[in-house]
Design a protein around this ligand. Structure first.
Ligand SMILES: Cc1cc2nc3c(=O)[nH]c(=O)nc-3n(C[C@H](O)[C@H](O)[C@H](O)COP(=O)(O)OP(=O)(O)OC[C@H]3O[C@@H](n4cnc5c(N)ncnc54)[C@H](O)[C@@H]3O)c2cc1C
Length: 441
């Protein structure tokens, strides 16, 4: 059945999105090429494309000691772009896929579908998939407008004003911090970088994907947060006793999570999100070996310092920034630097989302927050719940905004699986109709 599909996307090209668009040459995928699975039907497609396109040969620095290849993120963006172009040029259903180069500002239910607003214009669709990805980071201090405070390092040119010898204090020590450190060093930064985060935890290094023994959960997942922790430790001990690595256990659990997450009682899921997530994140969202090596080099050479503690506030003057903080187990103090960069990661609170369309949809009752406060509430098929608790007909949510249902729809293979479920659900909803109009935002 041919469909009319509009992809509403302000970027000039489709496919790369936030993660794989404007990246530096040393921004690498955090998994080897063969783990970037867009479709389970063709799991090695990207790795094959990398070889046949000659991109792998052009990038010897992507190769690690164990023979894996961690490609540049921008190269993955090129691959995605050509997949989309291929689908536009021809697809099995004969659907027309159009790139509408605009930013969607509003969605509202209308007779027979949804009206999407773009400033003064609007367009009506029968079905919508909201796939706007993460919100920008939350700001961990009272808002101060100053050129030497970088609130959103993902903004284009955000780091351009930083001189190579400037001292920097970074709030947050996850993958965004890794990206910023890579960007700075790539442009020849020599100044001191002080990183402060609540626990001082950094993404662990990637270390192979071999499977050792019988790991993961069989029929039922652990039912409480503490059982989950004990179970993880038990499985890791067993794998390590066989000569394996803890990463294999995390990989196995992560693959099973969508299937098992909602089988854990809601109260315990909330405890897991609150207490275990910071530890899960650094073990689950690991860094490419090249990035881990750079952080180690920085610590050894003294240009990088990573500390744990509580940030109280930030002030700025022409001379720089002053961050007040209390180191873990220490006394309240001040870090003075030329620049401050906020790397605290995406803001999960959709009520203050950087996406105006999400804030407005929430305020209008078109969507609601999920019970875990991770994003938008959806059902097993990705359909959105409205503010009244009823499923919205013709409105789906894909990507990290819908991760509360599966526990972890953030990495590319997980998002791809979730999108496949949505596509099947959409196809079923359309099955008895003829030519329909749908759009993805
Ligand atoms: C920096 C970074 C690095 C990552 N690295 C990896 C990795 O190495 N391996 C891995 O497996 N996963 C990685 N991920 C995770 C994963 O790949 C992404 O989360 C995934 O690509 C999400 O896909 P998406 O389609 O939801 O979002 P995106 O691909 O980011 O697409 C969302 C699009 O929505 C558009 N948009 C937003 N608002 C509007 C609007 N109002 N109107 C119209 N369009 C709008 C944006 O312009 C954007 O292009 C990374 C994520 C990030 C952020």
């Amino acid at each position: 059945m041919p469909l009319a599909i509009d992809i509403i996307e302000p970027r000039p090209a489709l496919g790369a999105g936030l993660a794989y668009g404007s990246c530096g040459t040393e921004h690498r995928l955090n998994v080897p090429a063969d783990r970037m699975i867009v479709s389970r039907d063709a799991p090695s497609d990207f790795a094959d494309w990398l070889r046949t396109s000659g991109e792998e040969a052009k990038d010897p620095r992507g190769r690690t000691e164990d023979g894996s290849h961690y490609p540049r993120r921008a190269v993955f963006g090129q691959y995605m772009a050509q997949l989309v172009r291929g689908a536009q040029a021809g697809n099995v259903s004969g659907s027309a896929i159009r790139h509408v180069r605009k930013s969607a500002e509003t969605i509202e239910p209308v007779e027979g579908g949804w009206r999407v607003g773009f400033g003064d214009e609007h367009e009506t669709y029968r079905n919508i998939v909201l796939a706007v990805t993460h919100s920008r980071p939350a700001i961990p201090w009272a808002k101060v407008e100053a050129p030497n405070i970088i609130e959103d390092p993902w903004e284009k040119g955000a780091l351009d004003a930083i001189a190579p010898d400037a001292s920097i204090v970074i709030a947050g020590s996850g993958l965004t911090m890794c990206d910023v450190v890579v960007s700075l060093r790539e442009r020849g930064h020599r100044g001191k970088i002080n990183v402060i985060s609540r626990r001082g935890l950094t993404p662990r290094p990637q270390n192979g994907f071999a499977v050792f023994g019988k790991i993961g959960w069989q029929d039922t997942p652990p039912q409480t947060a503490s059982e989950l922790l004990l179970d993880l430790r038990r499985q890791i001990r067993a794998v390590e006793a066989e000569g394996g690595v803890w990463q294999s256990v995390l990989n196995a659990i992560r693959e099973q999570l969508p299937q098992f997450w909602t089988k854990i009682p809601l109260r315990e899921r909330a405890r897991i999100v609150k207490h275990l997530r910071p530890y899960w994140d650094v073990h689950r969202f690991r860094a490419a070996p090249q990035v881990s090596a750079l952080l180690e080099q920085g610590k050894t050479e003294g240009w990088l310092e990573i500390s744990s503690g509580r940030i109280h506030g930030l002030t700025a003057s022409n001379n720089g920034v002053r961050m007040e903080w209390t180191p873990r187990g220490g006394k309240r103090g001040v870090v003075v630097a030329d620049f401050a960069v906020n790397c605290t990661g995406p803001d999960a609170n959709i009520a203050r989302s950087s996406h105006a369309i999400i804030r407005r949809a929430l305020a209008d009752g078109v969507i609601r927050r999920d019970a875990l406060g991770m994003g938008i509430d959806v059902d097993a098929r990705g359909r959105a719940y409205g503010g009244d608790g009823e499923l919205q007909s013709g409105l789906w949510v894909a990507g990290p905004m819908a991760r509360a249902y599966t526990g972890d729809a953030t990495g590319l293979p997980d998002v791809s699986d979730q999108v496949r479920t949505i596509a099947e659900s959409l196809a079923a909803a359309l099955a008895d109709r003829h030519r329909n109009k749908a759009c993805a935002i």
